[in-house]
Design a protein around this ligand. Sequence first.
Ligand code: KG4
Ligand code: ZN
Length: 350
Amino acid sequence: MLVLGVESSCDETAAAVVRNGREMLSSVIHSQIELHATYGGVVPELASREHLSRIEPIVREALDKAGVDLSQIDAIAVTQGPGLVGSLLVGVCYAKSLALGLGIPVIGVNHIEGHVYSVVFENPPIKYPALALIVSGGHTNLFFVPEEGKYKVISRTRDDAAGEAFDKVAKMMRLGYPGGPAIETLALKGDKNKIRFTRAKISDGRPDFSFSGLKTAVARYISENPITDDQDKADLAAAFQYSVVQTLVDTMERQAQELNPGTLIVAGGVACNLALRESAEKAALRLGLPVYFPSKHLSTDNAAMIAAAGSYYLSKGEKSDLQMTADVTLRLQNIDTETNLTGKRKRYRT
Ligand code: KG4
Ligand code: ZN
């Protein structure tokens, strides 16, 4: 079973060919980082225009690299949401038209579910139930996954996503966009214990995340303590990064103790961060559990993860109908494959 994946939810135009849900034959990503860097963040109009001009050659390149012809593709999986509406629409319209022309199914995939599937290529099979921490620029969620395709939200962010906090703090520190890699590099030279940021407390006791308080604390620190040299800057980066990592991993560890999963998953753009990986690995060791990460190429947005998630639904005989459209509010929670994702996405058995 060959699935062509298409991803265009934010600032990466990507296509990939995946065989039988686990074998990545190709994965091509065109990042728009340079285009948006001068503005310090993603400009939605520019992003959708760029997707429009890139999508066709990127798909062609993915097919060429995989050594397959369009006629061999069994289905097209495309990111349906969440994301930027103009960007999502480019991928969704392209995928639906191509699928219609080829007479093959199209499968709308939740981008966040895609991130969960990013670990399937380079790790042993997931042992369910799993606990999945998905940390990216747009999302920060901890999911309990009792079995493949079913998700229960355990923790969500009340305000900023973890990656968004990295990006905003990097902007305050004039480190450029995207902020995550810049802060990580700087933090390597810093002392995380020089500055202590207090951890956000959620008043209703839910195990949710909150990063906007930390962002404000960094802003206040910068205004009260003018950064005079590179060492101060590195110490600040290290203390901020440590605070984010501690919050994420502590929550995951505590929930793992309660929920007894068989596998831990850490994925999404922020999973590129080595401090997060090391901390999650230590927690996994304490818990006696395996932890799966995607490699760097598969941590940030890509289409292989979308094709893998789509392959699962295809193998169950499910596909989207042609009314399927971009849905910026698509949520991933309590998925029951007998019904559908959110009650909004229509799937039917073939
Ligand atoms: O998954 P992704 O490519 O896009 C979304 O779905 O949002 O994640 C992008 C986010 C950005 O906020 C970026 O700053 C963050 O991932 N990121 C990192 C690192 N590399 C990327 N955050 C921390 N450390 C990194 N090394
Ligand atoms: Zn993403």
